[in-house]
Design a protein around this ligand. Structure first.
Ligand SMILES: CC(C)(COP(=O)(O)OP(=O)(O)OC[C@H]1O[C@@H](n2cnc3c(N)ncnc32)[C@H](O)[C@@H]1OP(=O)(O)O)[C@@H](O)C(=O)NCCC(=O)NCCS
Length: 175
């Protein structure tokens, strides 16, 4: 039998990815408690997501990257969100999710490397930040490996099944 070639590709998300991104949010929301949504996913319409992705392509301080297998199956997403306010447009909030069956293969690492590269080339972003569930050792380990610093513990940033959980604020300064 011929071996199937698997190629992981990382590229910017395009409006045509909207449906897959929403399905991915439901799948991964069901796989982990560490995201801000559960099995319901992002709860956005496909039309809204398409419009959002179209707008994103014009932004210099926001991005969404997708990791795919053979440019078909969506297996990871990393994003940076920001705003247009003069005093805060240099701050980007990072989000990252890899489908559970692909954890531990370096996909999170490559996604964050690409995010950092993009941030350095953006000419605007000077701080990447995120808040991570304090028990999320894998994600905290990954961020620390990529040079992100812990800045503080935040009480009650999440409530899961009636219980509060702390978060850790982390950042990477872009100079
Ligand atoms: C966090 C997440 C993005 C990591 O993606 P991944 O593709 O598995 O990450 P990689 O394989 O590139 O990197 C794993 C790194 O995490 C760290 N890591 C892995 N397991 C760890 C553990 N048990 N304890 C501490 N650090 C760990 C290591 O630094 C490792 O790098 P190394 O293999 O070079 O040592 C992924 O697990 C995920 O999507 N989780 C659910 C969603 C989530 O938690 N998102 C972050 C919300 S803030």
């Amino acid at each position: 039998m011929e071996n199937e070639k698997i190629e992981v590709m990382i590229r910017e998300a395009i409006p045509a990815d909207a449906k897959d991104i929403l399905a991915f949010s439901k799948k991964t929301g069901a796989e982990t408690d560490y995201l801000t949504y559960g099995p319901e996913g992002l709860e956005l319409s496909e039309a809204f997501e398409e419009m959002y992705l179209e707008g994103l392509m014009e932004k210099e301080n926001e991005i969404m990257l997708v990791a795919t297998i053979n440019n078909e199956e969506l297996i990871g997403i990393a994003s940076v969100g920001s705003n247009d306010k003069l005093k805060t447009q240099h701050v980007g909030e990072v989000g990252i999710t890899v489908a559970e069956e692909f954890w531990g293969f370096g996909i999170g690492t490559v996604l964050l490397e690409e995010i950092e590269l993009w941030a350095r080339e953006s000419g605007i972003i000077r701080r990447l930040e995120l808040t991570v569930h304090a028990d999320n050792e894998r994600a905290i380990g990954l961020y620390e490996k990529m040079g992100y610093q812990q800045e503080g513990r935040m009480a009650r940033v999440m409530m899961i099944d009636g219980e509060f959980y702390d978060g850790v604020m982390m950042s990477l300064l872009i100079d």
